[in-house]
Design a protein around this ligand. Structure first.
Ligand code: FAD
Length: 326
């Protein structure tokens, strides 16, 4: 039986689930508020350049996730890494989608109906011609459509209100804790830096990544992504993007030791960058209404957690649809 499914969010969780359900023959519509896909692994433009603004790579923990990344055609990267004091650091396997991290979500969503620049405002079960369905509305209360199943993959705080129809789900989402993260992207003439990545303990910085050193990225300038750590990001939560950029660029100058001439920069504040939760549940699913949720605020944190959560929900939905047919 073909089901009409709406998935809210085109990040890794939404795209993974969409691919699983559409491969199984269901009609999947993905509703995304931004212009592009990728969510918290989106890219940004900076003049003629672009860079990964969110999660910069995959460092898989489990062999099953590593195997999946390999099958999606991702590349491995062996960067030169130093800590913030200049000592060499050895790294685990780093995997990347090209030419940007968000290419992976575009690839997964190839066979789905993707509707971007559409912010969902509510998800509610409703009778349509005597049949129980779910109505999805925009934040201006316009009806987007009626669906058999609706899955929310937005970050926890945004998911909470979208899950109001199932108060216990909304409560789990509201209890997840969130960390913010400031990121400044800069383009410079060749920075002649000794490393592609700087990381470790620092009062402000989490890591600095030379984006154009990643495989299949190009451009004549160096593009660095300066990621602040979560404590400093929290302290600077209401600071201006310019003040944040100045502070991070000054710190990076000290770390890299390179005479840095910044041509262009932009800062972005991720208010809901990372999550942690006390729930043991890897996904949320209410069989009576057909409303569910998955993402990194369920299962483990980070990209691998989003992927685990989406697959866990896919298994449950596909087995129930199969049982109904049998
Ligand atoms: C700077 C940064 C660095 C990170 N580094 C790492 C790392 O090194 N390793 C790691 O594992 N993880 C990292 N993460 C975390 C990782 O990016 C996330 O855990 C993961 O991308 C979450 O994927 P998701 O699909 O669950 O959610 P998201 O990617 O947030 O996707 C949810 C989507 O829902 C959309 N949406 C939200 N509300 C609505 C609405 N009302 N209507 C329509 N659409 C909506 C959003 O626009 C978004 O596209 C990092 C995150 C950031 C920000």
């Amino acid at each position: 039986m073909q089901e009409q499914v709406a998935i809210i969010g085109a990040g890794l969780a939404g795209a993974t689930l969409a691919q699983r359900l559409s491969k199984a023959g269901h009609q999947v519509t993905v509703l995304e508020k931004s212009r592009g896909t990728g969510g918290r692994m989106a890219a940004c433009r900076l003049g003629h350049h672009s860079a990964d603004l969110g999660a910069p790579w995959f460092v898989p923990r489990s062999p099953v996730f590593t195997d999946w990344l390999q099958r999606q055609g991702l590349h491995q990267w062996s960067p030169t890494i130093q800590d913030f004091s200049g000592n060499p650091v050895t790294s685990r396997q780093i995997w990347l989608a090209s030419p940007r991290q968000s290419a992976l979500t575009r690839q997964l969503l190839e066979h789905c109906n993707l509707i971007t620049e559409t912010r969902v405002g509510s998800v509610w079960p409703e009778l349509e011609n005597g049949v129980q369905r779910i109505v999805v509305r925009t934040d201006h209360d316009q009806i987007i459509g009626y669906y058999d199943k609706v899955i929310v993959t937005a970050p926890a705080q945004q998911a909470a209100s979208l899950l109001d129809a199932i108060p216990r789900f909304s409560g789990i989402a509201a209890r997840a804790s969130t960390q913010a993260c400031w990121v400044t992207v800069i383009s410079t003439r060749q920075s002649h830096s000794a490393a592609d990545i700087y990381c470790g303990d620092h009062p402000m910085l989490q890591r600095c990544i030379r984006d154009n050193s990643k495989p299949q990225r190009d451009g004549e300038n160096d593009v660095w992504v300066l990621e602040a750590n979560s404590d400093w990001s929290q302290q600077m939560i209401d600071a201006s993007p310019e003040d944040v950029a100045q502070a991070l660029i000054n710190s990076f100058r000290e770390v890299s030791g390179a005479g840095l001439k910044v041509d262009n920069y932009r800062s972005h504040r991720w208010l809901l960058a990372r999550h942690s939760n006390d729930t043991e549940l890897t996904h949320l699913w209410d069989q009576d209404t057909g409303i569910g949720a998955c993402g990194d605020w369920l299962a483990e944190a980070g990209l691998e957690g989003s992927w685990i959560s989406a697959n866990s929900l896919a298994e449950q939905m596909l087995s129930e649809i199969k049982e109904t047919v049998e």
